[in-house]
Design a protein around this ligand. Sequence first.
Ligand SMILES: *[C@@H]1O[C@H](CO)[C@@H](O)[C@H](O)[C@H]1NC(C)=O
Ligand SMILES: *[C@@H]1O[C@H](CO)[C@@H](O)[C@H](O)[C@H]1NC(C)=O
Ligand SMILES: *[C@@H]1O[C@H](CO)[C@@H](O)[C@H](O)[C@H]1NC(C)=O
Ligand SMILES: *[C@@H]1O[C@H](CO)[C@@H](O)[C@H](O)[C@H]1NC(C)=O
Ligand SMILES: *[C@@H]1O[C@H](CO)[C@@H](O)[C@H](O)[C@H]1NC(C)=O
Ligand SMILES: *[C@@H]1O[C@H](CO)[C@@H](O)[C@H](O)[C@H]1NC(C)=O
Ligand SMILES: *[C@@H]1O[C@H](CO)[C@@H](O)[C@H](O)[C@H]1NC(C)=O
Ligand SMILES: *[C@@H]1O[C@H](CO)[C@@H](O)[C@H](O)[C@H]1NC(C)=O
Length: 836
Amino acid sequence: MFEISSAKMPFFHLAISLLSVIGSVTGAKVSISQVSSVVSLATSSFAPAVTYAGPTGSASSVSAKSSTTKVSPQVVAATAAAAPYWLESITHQGISAFNSNPASYQVFRNVKSFGAKGDGVTDDTAAIQSAMSAGGRCAPGSCSSTTTTPAIVYFPAGTYIVSSSIIDYYYTQIIGNPNSMPVLKATPNFSGFGIIDGDRYGANGLQFGATNLFYRQIRNLIFDLTAIPASSSATGVHWPTAQATSLQNCVFKMSDAPGTQHQGLFIENGSGGFMNDLVFYGGLNGAVFGNQQFTVRNLTFYNAVTAIDQIWDWGWTYMGISINNCTTGLNMAGGGTTGQSVGSVTFLDSTFTNTKVAIVTAHNATSFPATAGSLILDNIVLSNTPVAVQGPQGTVLKGGSLTISGWGEGHEYTTNYQDKNFEGSITRFSRPSSLTNNGLYYARSKPQYQASPLSQFVSIRTAGAKGDGVTDDTAAINNALKSASSAGKIVFFDAGTYKITSTITIPPGSKVVGESYSVIMGAGSFFSSITSPQPIVAVGAAGQKGIVEWSDMIVSTQGATAGAILIQWNLASTSSSPSGMWDVHTRIGGFAGSNLQVAQCPTTPGSTAVNKNCIAAFASMYIAPSATCLYMENTWFWTADHDIEDPNETQITVYTGRGLYSASTSGTIWMVGTAVEHHALYQYQFVGTKNVFAGQIQTETAYWQPNPNASAVFPVVSSWNDPNFATSCVGVSGQCNMGWGLRVVNSNSILVYGAGLYSFFNNYSTTCSNSVVAPGNGGSCQTRIFSIEGTASNVDVYNLNTVGSTQMVTRDGKQVALYSDNVNVYPDTIAYYKSS
Ligand SMILES: *[C@@H]1O[C@H](CO)[C@@H](O)[C@H](O)[C@H]1NC(C)=O
Ligand SMILES: *[C@@H]1O[C@H](CO)[C@@H](O)[C@H](O)[C@H]1NC(C)=O
Ligand SMILES: *[C@@H]1O[C@H](CO)[C@@H](O)[C@H](O)[C@H]1NC(C)=O
Ligand SMILES: *[C@@H]1O[C@H](CO)[C@@H](O)[C@H](O)[C@H]1NC(C)=O
Ligand SMILES: *[C@@H]1O[C@H](CO)[C@@H](O)[C@H](O)[C@H]1NC(C)=O
Ligand SMILES: *[C@@H]1O[C@H](CO)[C@@H](O)[C@H](O)[C@H]1NC(C)=O
Ligand SMILES: *[C@@H]1O[C@H](CO)[C@@H](O)[C@H](O)[C@H]1NC(C)=O
Ligand SMILES: *[C@@H]1O[C@H](CO)[C@@H](O)[C@H](O)[C@H]1NC(C)=O
């Protein structure tokens, strides 16, 4: 997370973003007060009666329906076979261990239990809102954040009529029955900013700080705006958001009548994030996206004026996007040539069909800032799309019906490490075949086990674990995991905090799923030795083969656990059946029960002493040499920089050694939408490995560094291939003894599709990254942030964005790229970097 104070936003960026944002928000507010007449839209149609080829080449057909039966094809099929869903039927025993009243606090809320009818007639707004708010939850406007009032707001099949915004609260998963996706249908005189308003506006702007909005999801819902007059501005979901959040499997239905003002998804701020499997019909904008960084996968757009309006960003990665019958695919020209607001975009494995202009950019050889509008296209299929890229003075890349193998614009560092401004074809990164499926990068959405009957599930609480944050659940969990994997059952971790005192092992064959981010919390002396680290959760053992699926959970620590490896992956899977980890996060400090909060671990900028009680982990995640073939999607490994329970979100100092380290000999790891923040020695480290897809990756250097410096707390362990700053920093000026964002040693085919490596602070001061006067200036928080050492072939990065680092790329200790040569909207950007 990082709170961008407006003082830190470049002036042009702020002005442009605010203009477009306030314009839209004002529009919504006008519609709240002025639109009151009932307008019938029974005749509007939005879906094309044609068949489009999706990015995978598989055809998906969509046929026109009357307005009351507008559903996507897979929904029609699912409805016909409407099945119950285990999450709805299972006994609800989840708790919030650190709530002030855990015995009565209800985590799972079925909206029908709160009076919603879902009958397509009754206005269910108030009932849904009471399901959201019951139990003294963290409401926008009165609460900034907390982990103690988590909830699932669950929708059984049905059509729910909504007349004003459902206001989303902190730490909420909004989930529909995936076997019969519920419809949230807006009334013709709907009022509010979004059928779901993920972050309500108050007198002082967004009520939740968008960069602190962690831990929430929306999935399996259809948002239907089609009853709202096309001429009224209307929004499906308003979703400013930060890390550890996701939107999955939703449909947005909007008017496609001429002049439509509808928009499906609206994001104007935050530090995200991930979304996947969304379908948009109609709209002025299918989606409006403004956020520091995001990874977006498998979005399909039909019949929008503009499918995606990218209002601002630092770096976004789009993969598996399908844009059909739109006027414009992606508009990233905000701010124009003299004040671009979009930093960079990486677009791969996507299709544009029957669309006038695929991409609009404001970038050219003299546009400002120089590297803004950095764009990479990699494997883009155009069908009947006459313009591929339109620049400020017309077409810069012709379209038609063809495949763009590689194309880009921005700065490149390739042969002889020359900085060169380019706009044109590039040689796209060479893809290891083990990472691909029919030439496309393999991807797999988070399993929801919708086809599995209730009898297939084992509740961890029923199996004897308590999840109360106090009881030692180690034995109960290990026994349950072992018997479930041999019986082929899925283990459901009812919401709770499961305190454990030695390693939990997930055996091969396991499927493990949490509820509202169930927490496994390692505590005690077993994890306390900085010289003898132990895993909290181990997946398989060295030499074991098989598959593990794991989703919707958090691994944490309590108190001084300097020897905790939060997740250690040992298991070997195969590239045709990889293991997977979806929405599994590490969270170290800064939450109730961690004993690593403001009271225990205040910041100490005025002192050089290290509080040993705040040394809380050896590493977030270790992918061991034996591990191979692991798909990771939407994971955030976070050492807390602030206390989530504190109303002022006060900063804290918690020390952890290492972020995500892969030493996998055979590699074949997908990291789709991952982030690692505030670990001492490095955020990502790859040593002696190969075949990695990583995009978008995002890091932040620990805010306390260099007081003390990166090597002060954690002694160098050579068997862990730790960086040794004492030797590598000799003779290097500036702040060299600072954690690496990304370190790659003796590795091949490490392919990064978008990176944001950020260093905002020195000793809790942002002076070193301050860009008010000259955007991108101030790269003095640390000397180096991205290191490539030893042999390296195909260690390549598209859209490398760095903040606060003097050198953007360091090869064997030598500077390759200097930040001031590559100034962007706030970060500094190299669009195309190849190590060899
Ligand atoms: C984004 O959020 C930050 C911090 O919450 C705030 O300072 C800034 O003004 C916001 N920007 C926009 C465009 O809303
Ligand atoms: C919206 O329309 C309904 C149905 O005509 C009506 O009952 C309701 O009062 C209207 N609400 C507003 C806020 O105008
Ligand atoms: C294309 O989209 C327009 C709306 O922009 C719609 O009127 C038209 O029917 C769509 N064409 C097809 C073939 O679906
Ligand atoms: C893309 O999303 C659709 C649902 O919108 C889903 O059916 C499909 O399996 C997804 N494809 C991939 C590759 O995730
Ligand atoms: C870039 O576009 C702007 C706006 O159209 C134009 O004034 C400028 O001359 C262009 N620069 C180049 C090098 O074409
Ligand atoms: C850290 O910042 C504080 C002010 O907040 C200052 O007193 C102290 O000297 C700084 N320490 C170092 C090592 O820069
Ligand atoms: C939060 O900050 C305000 C203003 O500085 C202060 O009055 C209040 O006591 C603080 N609250 C807490 C819980 O620290
Ligand atoms: C790093 O910190 C350690 C411990 O405070 C100190 O001994 C060492 O000199 C520091 N190194 C640098 C390069 O500042």
